[in-house]
Ligand binder design. Sequence first.
Ligand code: NAD
Length: 290
Amino acid sequence: MAATVIDGKAHAQRVRDALAGEVARFTEQAGAPPGLATVLVGDDPASDVYVSNKQRACAAAGIAGFDHRLAPDAPADEVATLLRALDADPAVSGILLQLPLPEHLDARALTELIGPAKDVDGLTAASAGALAQGRPGLRPCTPTGVMELLDAHDVALEGAEAVVLGRSTLVGRPLALLLLERHATVTVCHSRTADLESVCARADVLVAAVGVPRLVGVGHVKPGATVIDVGINRGPDGLVGDVDFDAVAERAGLITPVPGGVGPMTIAMLLRNTLAAARAQQAPAAVRST
Ligand code: NAD
């Protein structure tokens, strides 16, 4: 294998260990720990696992967890009342509304009930707008995790050709903006991009966030490129990414595996955002992006 494999699990653990120290110092100084409220509506098994992992990670970092679970048929006003109460609760620094929601609920409208100061998922229009305009604010966790991995491996971004596959509000779009902020030349590809392979093959940094197993093959990759795989696809072979890892690892310079690449970073960045939100709520004038 030519490529160096990025160990996202180990890096996420280092971030979480460092955060635990920062959380302890914050708690001592503020007299109360940062708090993360998670809201899960329904009984989707994957969401249940995600929320439980987030709560466990909070506990390990010394962050207070508030784990709210509502019935699958919870009416919109019940979810809205809970979100408003959490937004007003000083013990809650950050709020995470686990998506997807059951079909009868309007995810966008409910997400907007989270104030920007507590939007640790970075998904409200206010947070997305702040990112688009380069203003301070909380940034979405998965794209921030990708940036953290790139920085940890000293990947040069200024002037580099970066290609992002996927334009979702959760991953692709915010990631493109974060790369742009770091002076990369960014191209965003999507389901209707013509000649995807040749566009991807220009990339010094190629990030796949599509949800199509092994879409990115060796022909999409410039020799020596950094390839980051955000995809998580459950199939007969277990979890696979959007990148054909074995083939692409022969050509890339740096590559993330699935699992064990970007995934663990998402929770680490959620904890970091929760601490940043708590700090900003302590000293509103000092609101900083993470
Ligand atoms: P999404 O379905 O919202 O968006 C997928 C994007 O891919 C769309 O913009 C679409 O235009 C594009 N696309 C679809 N088919 C394509 C094709 N054949 N060629 C080029 N582009 C194509 O998905 P999402 O929420 O952005 O998630 C993407 C993947 O990342 C999924 O596998 C998801 O499970 C994973 N994910 C992982 C994490 C993590 O923590 N690692 C977090 C969020 C999402």
